[in-house]
Design a protein around this ligand. Structure first.
Ligand code: HQG
Length: 186
């Protein structure tokens, strides 16, 4: 693998483990799992030849730890970020008192008005720190960061989940639990 190859493979895995498993003949098992052998066969057939060791290296070195093996090492899944219907079987977990959500500046007004919605994904994605939220928001333009009053949401009965790679997930964040962090990048 050259330097760019792990990124290319990671994008390929994200596409098929989160969004279009059927396109390379995969069916996600409960929990979002796929047998490693089935995945490698699907990759090969799609022109992305990958060995078991190559896959392990992509999983190990991935910048956001997007993928995880199960305890046997025979199955793999994306830890979060799915758009396909999947039950990740995560247990509700108490979040820190505040969480953060980074978004392009242009979405700020609509979110403050309507709250955070999961849009194309399974959950609203929240970060534990401002720096991470800023990076998420900066993917598509100048970012703003919103503070989520997670403690108040828990008190109001909203469940939270945390993925294996530390992304906090919830179904929605109504506007009364949101406020803007001023100039997060300055
Ligand atoms: C926005 C990446 C208008 C929301 C990242 C976001 C993350 C609203 C966009 C992960 C809205 C959805 C997820 C409302 C939410 N009005 N806009 N009411 N409610 N939005 O990509 O959180 O590289 O589905 O702010 O690092 O940006 O894929 O969610 O901008 O962890 O591993 O609608 O994706 O990780 O966009 O990103 P997304 P996200 P990966």
């Amino acid at each position: 693998m050259n330097d760019r190859e792990p990124v290319r493979v990671s994008k390929f895995l994200s596409r098929h483990l989160r969004h279009q498993p059927g396109a390379i003949g995969l069916t996600l098992e409960p929990g979002g799992w796929v047998a490693v052998d089935t995945l490698l066969a699907g990759c090969r057939a799609a022109g992305v030849p990958l060995t078991r060791d190559g896959l392990a290296e992509v999983v190990r070195s991935n910048d956001k730890q997007r993928f995880a093996f199960d305890e046997t090492g025979d199955r793999i899944r994306a830890s979060q970020g799915h758009s396909v219907e999947v039950d990740l079987r995560l247990s509700p977990t108490d979040p820190p008192a505040v969480l953060f959500h980074g978004t392009p500046e242009r979405f700020g007004p609509a979110i403050l008005e309507n709250g955070l919605r999961k849009m194309g994904r399974h959950h609203v994605h929240l970060s534990a720190d401002v720096a991470t939220a800023t990076r998420v928001g900066a993917r598509r333009g100048r970012p703003v960061v919103l503070v989520v009053d997670a403690a108040a949401m828990v008190a109001a009965g909203h469940p939270f989940y945390v993925s294996a790679n530390g992304v906090w997930l919830t179904d929605r964040v109504p506007p009364q639990f949101l406020r803007l962090v001023e100039s997060p990048t300055e």
